[in-house]
Design a protein around this ligand. Structure first.
Ligand SMILES: NC(=O)c1ccc[n+]([C@@H]2O[C@H](COP(=O)([O-])OP(=O)(O)OC[C@H]3O[C@@H](n4cnc5c(N)ncnc54)[C@H](OP(=O)(O)O)[C@@H]3O)[C@@H](O)[C@H]2O)c1
Length: 305
């Protein structure tokens, strides 16, 4: 066994690189033609039924508007009922034949079941399911007293990409799954809404500046259009904005350098406040926020209910 693995350790990289050079040009041409084909014959959403979890603000909210504009029936869920109702009304105004708001806490299995059952009960079918609900913690692991404080964030994040990649293989072309990896997108999260170290929801724009620093924030309307176009084309993956994909390659090729940089850039010594991080000093340079962030994220105001 040792001999076989030892042999493969040498052979596999050489073989993969050789196959890659022969295989890739043809594969790339096929992908281009396939992309054009899928764009031309992309799905028409008029009369389709779409369920969106996490639609009271941010990306989920604007996906509701984008699906609404294209004539889809909507069932939208989140915890803030008034905000959700307003989103449903606007989606209806924009073109959805019917938009139903339903109070949903996705950390409760019965709520998730109810959201799907509502779509089936009201419309007899479900065509697209969008999962945009989630919150992000913003504290160092070392400062965390109780790791279960982050249960809401864990429920939404843990192994989500791997889970859906497994389903992509299992369902193949029976059910299309588009995995969206957003860069930084205009939303309540990029206004600074986080879970703090006690697991409480706060809006902390100083910590937002530390974490996001000088990364441009994409406007949410552009994301919503890109996501719906991508799902209708049947893409497997989408990154918005597209340049953000290069960060995955940099991380893959030089993980040590990226980790070192992130630590140096965003984390301060224990005796120095986190808001003294270099990342914050950079984004605080005069005029930079105006240049690379949309106006809406400058205000700390988020929807109350
Ligand atoms: N914006 C970005 O740059 C960015 C980048 C990468 C990933 N993400 C992720 O994308 C997702 C969407 O966030 P966003 O940026 O659009 O921020 P957002 O404006 O804060 O939206 C989050 C949505 O999720 C809902 N939600 C949170 N917890 C929920 C729960 N337990 N049950 C039901 N709904 C819940 C919120 O509604 P209620 O509070 O009313 O329940 C809200 O509608 C999040 O998972 C976020 O971490 C965002």
């Amino acid at each position: 066994m040792d001999l076989v693995n030892g042999f493969l350790n040498i052979l596999a990289p050489i073989l993969s690189i050789t196959i890659f050079f022969f295989f890739f040009p043809g594969y790339f041409c096929f992908k281009c033609v396939h992309y054009i084909w899928r764009s031309v014959f992309s799905e028409n959403l008029a009369g389709k039924v779409v369920v969106i979890a996490g639609a009271s603000s941010g990306m989920g909210e604007h996906l509701a508007y984008e699906y609404g504009k294209r004539g889809a029936f909507l069932v939208i869920g989140a915890r803030r009922e008034n905000a959700l109702r307003e989103v449903a009304e606007r989606a209806y105004f924009l073109g959805s034949p019917r938009a139903i708001p339903l109070r949903t806490d996705i950390s409760k299995v019965e709520d998730c079941r109810r959201l799907i059952q509502e779509a089936i009960y009201q419309f007899g079918r479900l065509d697209h399911l969008v999962m945009s609900a989630g919150v992000t913690p913003v504290s160092l692991f070392e400062d965390t007293f109780e790791v279960t404080n982050f249960a809401p964030a864990m429920a939404s994040k843990a192994a989500v990409v791997s889970f859906f990649e497994t389903l992509q293989i299992e369902f193949a072309s029976d059910i299309g799954i588009t995995i969206v990896t957003p860069g930084l997108i205009e939303s309540e999260m990029t206004k600074g809404k986080f879970l703090n170290k006690e697991g409480k929801m706060v809006v902390d724009q100083d910590m937002r500046d530390v974490v996001m620093s000088a990364v441009p924030i994409e406007v949410v309307v552009r994301l919503a259009k890109a996501v719906v176009d991508s799902a209708c084309r049947g893409d497997k993956y989408l990154t918005v904005p597209p340049w953000f994909r290069t960060t995955f390659f940099v991380k893959m090729l030089c993980p040590e350098a990226v980790d070192w940089f992130n630590r140096w850039f965003t984390i301060t010594e224990p005796e120095i406040p986190p808001t003294e991080a270099i990342s914050k000093k950079i984004i605080d340079l005069p005029g930079l926020k105006d240049l690379i962030w949309p106006d809406s994220v400058r205000s700390p105001k988020i929807k109350s209910n």
